[in-house]
Design a protein around this ligand. Structure first.
Ligand SMILES: [Cu+2]
Length: 264
């Protein structure tokens, strides 16, 4: 009955949010669910992308039930030394063997389209206090290469401490930098302040090219030649004004001279 109740709450929360997330796990703590993390997407107990090639490969690497605990990618006593503790190439697993499949360098990880998104959602199964830091990959990101610390922008684009908890998920307000477009990884670090743990999540995202001002400006670039083409006849017209003007003045001069001679 308790399990059924928990299941019902989970389903209700999912229905409310309109996003598919795995069933709740009793013994763990949280992960990004929008944009969905690799672990949650591939969770063998209800992950929405569990049938994808990337998830199948990850499960083959990590083991059949490895991602049931999609909310438990945590390391104790890191205390902000993420770059020292979490090895390059193992950012998505946080260096934990059980999650190694999440580190596969593949270009087909299922992505969440981030069009005009101004908030992120971090589903929590056991709430904690702490600070979220969200990093995004550099413009040079190549999904076929291992994700390393130098693949990420140096500074987080969003830092939030103890955000509001609604519908079982922390709501993080903020936007991905507008200069970003195409495929990227958002790397979320949740450093608890009331436990020794830090949690790590990789979310694969696809950013619309047309939502980027720079790209929008480039798309409009062909317009100036059109304007120039329209302006060209006007310029020709202007060129005609001067000869006509000179001609008119000359005629007027001759008329005046002629009149004066007549008077004389
Ligand atoms: Cu926890």
């Amino acid at each position: 009955m308790r399990t059924l109740g928990r299941w019902a709450v989970g389903v209700a929360a999912v229905a409310l949010l309109g996003t598919a997330v795995p069933t709740w796990s009793a013994a763990a703590h949280g992960a990004v669910d929008n944009p969905i993390s690799r672990a949650a997407a591939c969770a063998t107990n209800g992950g929405p992308q569990v049938g994808s090639s990337a998830c199948k490969a990850a499960v083959a690497t990590s083991g059949a039930r490895a991602f049931d605990a999609w909310d438990n990618i945590r390391v104790a006593n890191v205390r902000g030394r993420d770059r020292e503790v979490i090895p390059n190439g193992e950012l998505c697993s946080a260096g934990i063997d059980r999650y190694a499949g999440l580190d596969l360098a593949r270009a087909d990880w299922p992505t969440t389209k981030l069009d005009d998104v101004d908030s992120f959602s971090y589903r929590t199964t056991i709430p904690h206090k702490g600070t979220f830091k969200l990093y995004i990959t550099k413009d040079s990101y190549n999904p076929r290469e291992a994700l390393t610390w130098s693949t990420l922008e140096q500074l987080p684009f969003l830092t939030v401490t103890d955000p509001p908890l609604r519908g079982g998920a922390y709501q993080l307000k903020g936007e991905v930098p507008r200069t970003k477009s195409g495929r990227h990884v958002i790397y979320t670090i949740w450093q608890n302040s009331d436990t020794p743990d830090t949690y790590y999540s990789c979310s694969d995202v696809e950013l619309a090219v047309d939502s980027v001002p720079i790209a929008a400006a480039a798309a409009k670039a062909p317009e100036p030649p059109k304007q120039a083409a329209v302006a060209a006849p006007a310029e020709t017209g202007t060129n005609l004004v001067l000869p006509i003007g000179i001609g008119a003045v000359a005629v007027a001069f001759l008329v005046v001279v002629g009149l004066r001679r007549r008077k004389a």
